[in-house]
Design a protein around this ligand. Structure first.
Ligand code: ZN
Length: 254
């Protein structure tokens, strides 16, 4: 349901709020999902300010998976918190899933609202940010792509990564990608199941998991990833265990 506040402007032209108020987010922990054996159902509520996202509701019919390209959820949180000042627009996502033994899902704003998270630059494909509005984004803490040089795996930042933690395979100019711990995969699947039920999002995923698929993907309903919308992105790449997710979330490949 588009509102009158809805605007047609590019994020880089998004008007800066005159003053950003940084408030202490309450560290309130709430139960939202049924318990599983290995994964807590706790959500750490770390609310962003109302200047970080848009309090406008659109029908949700899409989930977009991202990884943070970092090691800590706090870094992703800070990036979203400071986006209006540093980037000049409201870049944020409602959920972060932590890396190891996730004690918490971190929630940054109510997922019925929206913020920019895809940054589709083409006006034709963006269709007035339709995909940002109709989607719920999940950031998964993971360092992402790695490259092999003289037998040594290095991540994005030049840090050495153990070969045991790598799934080998090409994605763009990367030679591999860092694995996701099982508990984290299970946590993401629980969250996706919860969101599919709550918003009636179709349980389907494209056959091709790592290719750029605009404009078609702009009309898809179901589970997607950032790189399906952006040819220059690496998330989710080759390490995301789709077989497991398809089984746990009962997804159809279409
Ligand atoms: Zn992304």
């Amino acid at each position: 349901m588009p509102s009158k506040e809805d605007s047609n402007i590019h994020p880089t032209e998004q008007k800066m709020p005159s003053q950003i108020k940084i408030v202490d987010a309450p560290n309130e922990v709430i139960d939202i999902m049924p318990m599983t054996k290995n994964v807590s159902n706790k959500i750490l509520w770390k609310e962003l300010t109302p200047e970080n996202y848009f309090k406008q509701e659109f029908q949700k019919e899409l989930i977009v998976l991202h990884f943070t390209a970092g090691h800590k959820w706090e870094h992703a949180y800070d990036k979203f918190l400071t986006a209006p000042q540093k980037l000049g627009y409201r870049m944020a996502i409602p959920f972060i899933v932590d890396k190891k033994g996730p004690k918490y899902f971190i929630q940054l704003f109510n997922e019925k609202y929206w913020a920019y998270h895809l940054a589709i630059e083409s006006v034709e494909h963006s269709r007035n940010w339709a995909n940002d509005k109709r989607s719920i984004a999940i950031e998964i803490v993971n360092i992402g792509p790695v490259r092999l040089n003289d037998g040594i795996w290095k991540d994005y930042y030049g840090n050495i990564q153990s070969a045991n933690d790598i799934v080998q395979g090409r994605n763009k100019d990367a030679d591999g990608s860092v694995k996701f711990p099982d508990e984290q995969v299970e946590a993401v699947c629980r969250l996706v199941n919860h969101l599919c039920d709550k918003f009636n999002i179709p349980r389907q995923v494209p056959q091709n998991k790592i290719s750029f698929q605009l404009p078609e993907i702009g009309y898809f309903k179901g589970i997607t990833t950032h790189e399906m919308f952006r040819g220059d992105k690496y998330d989710m790449g080759i390490a995301w265990p789709w077989e497991k997710m398809i089984e746990k979330c009962n997804l159809k490949e279409v």
